[in-house]
Design a protein around this ligand. Structure first.
Ligand code: IMP
Ligand code: MG
Length: 180
C-alpha cells in the first residue's frame, strides 16, 4: 500500500465485479445501436479501458478533455480543452466519467454533447458522491458503479495534484497528504 493511502475503499476485485455487471447491463441496453463511448479525460482513462472491454458490442471510442478542477475542489469554471472528433449527430452516446462529485463537470459535458444532436445521451460514472452535489445540477447518471461517502478519493484514474492515478484500487487519501 502506498505511503499516502489511508484506507482502500474499493478493491480491485470489487471494481472488476461491478464493471462486469455494468458491462452486461450496457451490452443489453445498446444491442444493435453501435454506441459511441465518450470518456472525459484524464480521470476516466483506467475505468474507460476496463469498462469498454466489459461491453460485448461493436462501438466507437472518443474523448473530451475539459478543464474544471484545481487541487481538491472543483472551481465550476469549465472550458473544453479538446472536443470529440466523431460526428455525434444521430448517434447513441454514452458519457463515461470517473466521479460525479459537485456535478458541474457532467452537467457541462452533457449540455455540450447534447448540442451535437445525438440520438440518445446517457451518463455512466464509476463513482457518485451525492453529499457533494451543487444546487442546480439537473443531470444524473444512468449507470453508477459505486455510491461513496464524502471523502476525497484517489487511484484507479483519480488523482490529487496529478499523483496516484495508477493505484489499482480506489482509496482514501491521508488528510495530512492534502496541502491547502
Ligand atoms: P465535479 O465536481 O462533479 O465537477 O467533478 C469534477 C472532477 O473533479 C471529476 O471529474 C474528478 O476528476 C475530480 N474529483 C472530484 N472528486 C474527486 C475525488 O474525490 N478525488 C479525485 N478527483 C475528484
Ligand atoms: Mg475528472
Amino acid at each position: 500500500m502506498q505511503r499516502d493511502v489511508e484506507e482502500i475503499l474499493i478493491s480491485q476485485e470489487q471494481l472488476q465485479a461491478r464493471i462486469r455487471e455494468m458491462g452486461a447491463e450496457l451490452t443489453a441496453d445498446y444491442a444493435g445501436k453501435d454506441p459511441v463511448f465518450v470518456g472525459v479525460l484524464k480521470g476516466v482513462v483506467v475505468f474507460y479501458a476496463d469498462m469498454v472491454r466489459a461491453i460485448d458490442l461493436p462501438c466507437q471510442f472518443d474523448f473530451m478533455w475539459i478543464s474544471s478542477y484545481q487541487g481538491h475542489e472543483s472551481t465550476g469554471n469549465i472550458v473544453v480543452k479538446q472536443d470529440v472528433s466523431t460526428d455525434l449527430e444521430g448517434r447513441h452516446v454514452v458519457i463515461l466519467e470517473d466521479i460525479f462529485d459537485s456535478g458541474s463537470s457532467l452537467q457541462f459535458t452533457y449540455e455540450h454533447l447534447l448540442k451535437k444532436h445525438p440520438a440518445s445521451l446517457r451518463i455512466c460514472t464509476l463513482l457518485d458522491k451525492p453529499a457533494r452535489r451543487r444546487p442546480g445540477i439537473t443531470v444524473k447518471p444512468d449507470y453508477t458503479g459505486f455510491v461513496i461517502e464524502n471523502r476525497f478519493v484517489i487511484g484507479y484514474g483519480l488523482d490529487y495534484n496529478e499523483r496516484y492515478r495508477n493505484l489499482p484500487y480506489v482509496a482514501a487519501l491521508k488528510p495530512e497528504a492534502i496541502q491547502e
